[in-house]
Design a protein around this ligand. Structure first.
Ligand code: DGT
Ligand code: CA
Ligand code: CA
Length: 564
């Protein structure tokens, strides 16, 4: 549990209270408390007594302690039992906040999305004070958009779906083994559905019990070989296919339904050239069918090494020497992370301990710079305090090299947030764009170029600024950026956060420059997201010597010292 969890708890309570028309003073006590905790520069373990923080009263303090002790909150649970679920769903409508939803509920006796949509069509919503015709139209349109399920979901959402299914499978009776397949297993940026391969003792008994799980909304098709359902997690729906496999063909089927289609086409060509044929049951040659007890066995049959699912994308992976392609175990450090100094949840010390737990040889603390006020960016004075703190921690933790750094804003006009006099005091400087995304490509390229040409900037973070499935990012001439980065000896980042994956595999495939893969952790758990970033490098078939943070501890130290 972190500070962020407490903040989310208090804000959720405030929202539910507003939905149930609670006393505004009570609501504001929770919101104020959430703000005070956010503004407090300490991490959770460093706060002994919440009631000492200004803005936290006795009642809220008790709610926090109950949550810390029990992991749940009776205040929130009671609210959840009284507020209709439909009202909570309405929070997803951009033009509606909790107060407006409460008003609609009270004055029009509406409790579901469907009822609200109908009320918009009948013009009843615009009769309420504070709701015009335009708002009514916007609400109607937003409901239509929400009810239309997206064709594909971004990978972080897909991971939630996948975990929810896996929790059910772990508890289900008679499951012998299962694996996710399809684009989900290949860690693609987005997926259209979930595919699972599963071996069970009794298909019919398994299906009966699985269909009882609360996440199952609808059965699409039910058979001896395949089950297709719609599942719902956090109010979003997706299709999930389960293929029942009996024993011997398990790994050939798993390979087949992992894909990609382009990879499968290549594999079939390879088989054909040897007079063999791949089916989902095995490899057929003459009149025998060969099966395998691992996927590696399947690949080895064709004199290929085991190709990790993330690499199975274009088919090129079957013709490439993949022995030098980077893997998770090659990553020796994380070069981009945040602490409570800016918008992270943990202290510098806690991030150091978390990196040591991952076995890293080095790490860099890179909090935001002063212009990024929404993220509590550091001014020069706080930056120097942090440098002092890091220097002290170095003696205490000799097992890891802790470097000082910043994730410095590249401002709107291309100037940098810190002067060179400040930058030269840091071991490592990351530069990034966090503002004015709607500029022209020329303006954006001017900003990126200025940053790359600065003698202290080593690294450009999340180079396009995109958020998968929700924000396109700013316009970048990627070929030009890659060239500038190469010329100026600046590394480009693959941001491992599954919301970003920026750069993407398509950007880096066949590129020849130095890259780096980092989690941009705002929480110690985020360090685990490295796997997603490595999968991007694998899709791009990037070799380890092109990736900065595969360097050994000594080589990395030399590289930092040498400068640009
Ligand atoms: P998605 O669901 O759009 O995110 O992408 P996939 O790759 O999961 O595609 P999906 O769910 O249609 O099929 C899962 C895998 O099954 C796919 O990656 C490869 C295999 N597969 C399905 N249909 C075909 C096909 O017509 N030809 C070949 N070669 N493979 C197929
Ligand atoms: Ca799929
Ligand atoms: Ca499918």
């Amino acid at each position: 549990m972190t500070k962020k969890d407490i903040i989310v708890l208090l804000e959720t309570i405030a929202t539910y209270m507003e939905l149930s028309l609670e006393n505004p003073f009570k609501v504001s006590a929770y919101r104020k408390a959430a703000n005070s905790i956010e503004a407090d520069g300490r991490s959770l373990s460093e706060i002994d007594d919440f009631s000492e923080i200004k803005g936290i009263g006795k009642g809220v303090n008790e709610v926090i302690w109950e949550y810390l002790d029990a992991g749940s909150s009776t205040v929130l649970d009671d609210l959840k039992n009284t507020v209709p679920e439909g009202l909570v769903r309405m929070l997803k409508i951009p033009s509606l906040g909790p107060k407006k939803i409460a008003k609609i509920n009270k004055e029009l006796a509406i409790t579901t999305m469907e009822e609200l949509k109908e009320a918009c069509q009948n013009g009843r919503v615009s009769t309420l004070s504070g709701f015009g015709k335009k708002t009514e139209e916007n609400i109607f349109q937003a409901i239509e958009d929400l009810q239309e399920r997206p064709e594909r979901y971004p990978i972080d959402k897909i991971t939630l779906f996948k975990k929810a299914v896996e929790r059910v499978l772990e508890d289900a009776d008679g499951v012998i083994r299962y694996d996710a397949a399809g684009s989900v297993r290949r860690l693609k940026e987005t997926s259209g559905d979930l595919d699972f391969i599963i071996q069970v003792e009794d298909v019919s008994a398994f299906t009966d019990s699985f269909l009882n799980a609360p996440i199952v909304r609808e059965t699409v098709a039910r058979g001896e070989k395949k089950l297709s359902v719609i599942i719902e997690v956090d109010m979003d729906e997706i299709n999930a296919d389960f293929r029942f496999v009996t024993g011997e063909e398990y790994f050939t089927t798993l390979h087949h339904f992992t894909g990609s289609k382009a990879h499968n086409v290549k594999m079939r060509q390879i088989a054909k050239s040897r007079g063999e044929k791949i089916s989902e049951y095995g490899i057929e040659s003459d009149d025998e069918v060969v099966t395998f007890d691992s996927e590696a066995g399947f690949f080895n049959h064709f004199d290929l090494p085991y190709i990790p699912p993330a690499m199975r994308e274009t088919g090129e992976e079957t013709e490439t020497d993949i022995s030098e392609i980077v893997g998770l175990s090659d990553i020796k450090g994380d070069l981009h992370m945040h602490t409570v100094y800016s918008d992270g949840a943990y202290s510098v010390r806690e991030m150091v301990e978390a990196c040591i737990n991952r076995g890293y040889a080095y790490m860099i603390i890179t909090d935001h710079s002063k212009s990024l006020r929404v993220a509590n960016g550091l001014d020069e004075k706080r930056l120097f305090n942090q440098i002092e703190e890091i220097k002290n921690l170095r003696d205490e933790f000799p097992e890891i090299d802790i470097y000082t750094g910043t994730e410095m804003d590249i401002l709107k006009d291309g100037t940098l947030d810190f002067s060179n006099d400040i930058l030269k005091e840091l071991d490592y400087v990351i530069a990034a764009i966090h503002s004015s995304f709607s500029q022209t490509e020329a303006e954006i390229m001017h900003r990126l170029k200025t940053a790359c040409e600065n003698p202290y900037v080593r690294h450009i973070a999340h180079p396009t600024g995109r958020i998968i499935g929700s924000r396109a990012g700013y316009p970048v001439d990627m070929n030009a950026l890659i060239e500038i980065a190469g010329d100026t000896n600046t590394v480009l980042e693959v941001n491992a956060n599954p919301k970003r994956l920026d750069l993407s595999a398509d950007h880096i495939r066949h590129s020849d420059i130095r890259l780096t893969v980092n989690t941009d952790a705002h929480h110690s758990d985020h360090l685990e997201l490295m796997e997603y970033g490595v999968s991007v490098l694998q899709k791009g078939l990037i070799e380890k010597n092109h990736v900065l943070n595969t360097f050994s501890r000594e080589d990395f130290r030399k590289w930092v010292k040498k400068g640009k």
